[in-house]
Design a protein around this ligand. Structure first.
Ligand code: ZN
Length: 278
């Protein structure tokens, strides 16, 4: 399993340049780049600078995070999503980063699950057809909040299956999986090729529906049954990557290098019980 750093973990104090240098130094295989951090970086650098970094590093870019709120949008908002998609596809082309996380919308009102599925399928087919021109894949990330339109693994999996495009799959984030009580049996029945990205993290022990991102913890330090998720991934044959993704304000206050190092150590400790690292 390759170990990946997700920039959310150091979101407050770091920037793309520092995250790149430190992730390389600490020995991560991969990095997930945040759209906001990329935009900041490009105020003082060029895409060529970024491509040059990866030419001389061992670290590889794995995915961009994220296009948010992609369903039930009006024409203007959807136009912006498509512009951002084009931007990420073009940057991705130059640095060979060929995956983009896409996130459902929140607080959409009283749509039924069928309506949410139909809308998700329509939008993911449209965005997927565009991304295809750049040989880029889209990973739909369900969010384990009660007010997210797609908030369990089973619901997200049904959607990406219905989309039926090779370049549309999903993100499995342990926090989101746990937070709304996604079922292991749904993961057991999943085709590992539909899982494009695996986010690893842990969480405080709150009831279903009560967790928010600030309650994330380092892998192995919380209440999520990571052993069950990891052993199931091994059983179904997923073994590509694990990306440590925290949004915890206390961790944002840590020394950046320390946070990036701890993230790798904690991830390897948990993942290493089920997979060879690297
Ligand atoms: Zn995630």
């Amino acid at each position: 399993m390759k170990i990946c750093f997700n920039q959310a973990t150091t979101m407050k104090k770091s920037n793309l340049e520092m995250d790149l240098i430190l992730s390389e130094k600490i020995g991560y295989d991969l990095i997930e780049i945040r759209l906001d951090k990329l935009r900041d970086y490009l105020r003082t650098h060029t895409v060529r600078d970024l491509a040059d970094f990866f030419k001389t590093s061992r670290l590889r870019p794995f995915a961009f995070n994220a296009l948010e709120g992609i369903i039930f949008r009006d024409g203007t908002a959807y136009g912006q999503i498509k512009e951002d998609l084009k931007f990420l596809c073009e940057v991705g082309d130059q640095i060979n980063c060929k995956k983009i996380v896409v996130v459902p919308s929140f607080d959409i009102g009283d749509y039924t699950k069928t309506e949410i599925k139909d809308e998700s399928v329509r939008v993911l087919r449209d965005l997927g057809a565009f991304a295809e021109k750049y040989n880029t894949k889209l990973a739909y990330e369900f969010v384990g909040y009660p007010n997210c339109a797609v908030n369990t693994f089973g619901q997200a999996y049904e959607i990406v299956k219905a989309v039926d495009r090779d370049n549309v799959g999903l993100v499995l984030d342990c926090f989101h999986f746990h937070a709304m009580g996604s079922r292991l049996q749904d993961l057991k029945a999943a085709d590992p090729d539909r899982i494009f990205i695996f986010h690893i993290d842990d969480a405080e022990d709150l009831p279903i529906g009560a967790l928010r991102d600030d309650k994330r913890l380092w892998p192995g330090e919380g209440a999520i049954d990571l052993d069950a998720i990891l052993s199931t991934l091994r059983d179904i044959g997923y073994h590509e990557m694990a990306s440590v993704e925290l949004f915890r304000p206390e961790y944002w206050e840590l020394d950046i290098e320390e946070a990036i190092r701890v993230g790798k150590e904690k991830t390897e400790e948990v993942v290493g019980k089920y997979f060879p690292i690297g």
